[in-house]
Design a protein. Sequence first.
Length: 662
Amino acid sequence: MKKQLYILAIGFIALASSSCNDFLDREPLDSVPTSQYLFNENDLSAYTANMYGIFPVHAGYGLGTFDDDNDSDNQAGSSPNDLFVKGQTRVAQNGGDWDFGNIRTANYFINTVRPRLENGEIENSANNNHYLGEMYFFRAYIYAEKLISLGDFPIIKEMIADNYDAVREASKRRPRNEVARFIISDLDSAYHYMSATPPMTNRLTKDCAALLKSRIALFEGTWEKYHKGTNRVPGGPGWPGADKDYLKDFTINIEEEINYFLTQAKEAAQIVADNHALDASYSKLFNSQSLSSSTEALLWKQYDGTMTPAVNHFVVGYIQRNGGGNSGFTRSMVESFLMQDGTPIYASSDYQGDKTYENVAYGRDPRLLDNVLIPGDLLTTSATMTEAKIDKAGYYYRAPITEISENRCPTGYSIKKGLTTDPEQGPTLPATTASVVFWAAEAYLNYMEADCELNNGNLDANSMKYWEALRTRGGIAPNTIQHTIDLTDVTKENDLARYSGENLVSSTLYNIRRERRIELAAEGLRFEDLKRWRSLDMMQNYHVQGFNLWDKNYKRYATPDAGLNGSNFDAPLNVIALKESGAEDSNVSAKADGVYMMPYRVLTNNIAFNGYNWNPNKYLNPIAFDHFRLTTAEEGSSDYTTSAIYQNPGWKIETNSLPEGD
């Protein structure tokens, strides 16, 4: 039974049919009579297990979760992100983030199981209470995604009848601060009901609830601080909710709200940080087959190729074969890493520059070497490794910058995170290395940032303790935090996060953001951070850059060297067209555009050829047209302004329309 439930937990999420405007009132398992279902521990465990599929984990082909930051300034894929290019993001006809399927699934369970537990119809055991807590967690997690993408959102706690008036009433949006408070309330319930040790391995715990609470409270507190005074914060000038009669009595004290959320973030983060020491090895968190002995991993997915069907992925194979996988770190990301003594690169006499990979790596924060492949790194001991990018023994030689998209590293800085050299995990075999979902390092970072924000740049003893622990585990020289802060010149940092809006942040706060960037590299949280900090405002005429190609590294492609450890390299599969003037047959950016690889400035028809330009209206996603059409005051009316829903600021209630400013 445990193995069967485990497969359910990691494999999929229950799907339900849609009703009017995506609200659902059907029971989730129509073939199972409610008089017989959700009355025992096995039922509760199986139902909640189906929800685990909403978490981001390794799956299928490519780099899995390690390429989720392609939507940020940390990493880049072979194609540009439409969201950062004017004229590429439009209001959809239907679908989108305005969806209630998973919310309905969670509400059905909570509204069914909690009364049965309280009335004694289900055994009031620790395990059954734990599963109720899990569902409160899942509802909070789902709502957190809505908060991040849409902001204001309906708060639905009950099942909604499948009729027009009921759906229209339920569609009324609540201000984002209320949504965030609802999420925190659900996570408090999750923490109350769940156990510190779950009924079976690889399931949620109380500390997962505390960690997510710290994440969402920090998100909302910093969002309200840095977007204050805009139409993206309730009560701000031009906030569209003000035009709805049902919100006419809404008021907000924005400073109190900011303080509340930051305090909640700090308190919840401390619970996790004090309960979980960091593991000794940073890299083993991401390349081990099992994390059962980890003190840091709060939730992780285990893979098992012996199961039927097999539960595995191909993340390791993509790294072992060529360091490609359609992602690569940017120059901005790599330059954020400090020297090992805690000095920023521009302030260090030991920094050797970036003309070669070896120059880049010399004397740097060891986490750079945990995340980025450097020539000479062993990829695999497999005797069958024959790709042209590496030697016969499986050593990394150069980034595959001209391969097909699937196998390309578009920036020249290949992803190493998640690499194991075990030949049984690749290069062509599926892998079973664990995928981490929640881990304690984030709590350390959340506490530090919330503390700094609450105390005007001052840090308490816990912040310093957590920060020192992160840097010590990472390999940075001890007792150098103040050294780093003192030597940081924020104007010299190649990092969007040095800004909030148009304002440079303090050296202390910037270095906390830097630590977060490094520690959470390739974990898919960077875009959310840039949004809440309002750092994307400065993404104007912004060109994604990779490694220094044109000083020396181009020679690795034009004239392959003799190899490593006495081995010879094969001829390259794709030789760079060395066209310094940017001729049509060039497959890399022209030297005339600078020495750094610019993956989107190769072909003139690339939508990002002239750079990224952020439109602030995209901080919130638009709501698709059909949701307005289905919620007008009179059913079938074409007066969409009478809808119970209001569109996000800067967007129209019009299919295929662009945001203002595009």
